[in-house]
Ligand binder design. Sequence first.
Ligand SMILES: Nc1ncnc2c1ncn2[C@@H]1O[C@H](COP(=O)(O)OP(=O)(O)O)[C@@H](O)[C@H]1O
Ligand SMILES: [Mg+2]
Length: 332
Amino acid sequence: MGMILPVASGKGGVGKTAITASLAASLAGMGKDVILVDLDLGASNMHTFLGVKNRDPGLGGYINKKVTDFESLMVPTNIPGLRFVSGDALLPGTANLNYFMKLKIMKAITNTSCDFIVLDLGAGTSWNVIDFFSMTRSGLVVTIPETTAILNAYSFLKFSLFRMIFRQFPSKGEERLVISEFLADRIEGTDKSFESLKTILAPFGVEAVNIVDNTLNTFSPRIVINRGKTGKDIQVGEKLRQIVSRNLKIQIEFIGLIPESPELVPSLFKGVPASVLYPDSQFARSIDRLSEKIAFCPEEGSALSYYEDADLNSLKNEYISLLDPVFFSNLL
Ligand SMILES: Nc1ncnc2c1ncn2[C@@H]1O[C@H](COP(=O)(O)OP(=O)(O)O)[C@@H](O)[C@H]1O
Ligand SMILES: [Mg+2]
């Protein structure tokens, strides 16, 4: 069983697929056995970033039961160590994955033997996306440093947290009704937060309270800021952290800051991940830093390895060491 690495984003078009392609290639470049799965059902396009011809049935074929063996979907890529499961581009209409098929895919992902199984998810907050994202407690969320994208990232984290708590209660239990009512009420701008759920669920017993407590303590999603241009991007990160810690009461870790990169256009044109095509670029170096952190991060669910804004500050320092003097002067 490999480490599952879901990559999501609240908003589309933020560079999730571009980053995921390069990240998977970078992990493979470290000698890891990596499988990249295009789970952006209904809008799958990872094959164009990898230069893989989309001839194979991919996940669409698995979902439509044309292929029964998940392993047989994995095709080699031009990058040593990286295999790929394409999406449903040939068989559109699979976006509404049914519940049993979703469980079947999750089981196949969990049982795959490799070092990393990286999932490029669809944008937005549909339950399917959230359920794949919630297969682990520390998935990646890509955002750009703009207010709408940050607010969408916040909503994504909020719905993921809700779903994670909700699913731990019995399917016909009254607890689920109470949790759904809680979600329907606005918590932003009030003195309520996800911590209030502990009081609300207290009448159901100490177990119910512990579920909330445990989820708030262990859900630690990791945020990647893409298309960074100036040091102000760090402040946008601080804003996201503020609303998340005030309302959701969870810890997020800022794990990557990827600069705006001219390399992306030729990379897509050639069908080679940008970090592979331009290994000396700032883009490639920031992706390599990201993949090193992922490869050497503490085990899932363990205590975070930073205090307060230390993660953001270290990203800022990395930014300074990676980027050219123009960027450097923008930071000051
Ligand atoms: N760091 C970056 N610098 C410049 N362009 C980028 C960067 N990241 C992504 N892009 C471009 O943004 C567009 C959307 O990227 P994509 O990965 O398809 O987004 P998503 O998967 O989030 O919908 C693509 O044209 C891509 O080349
Ligand atoms: Mg995409």
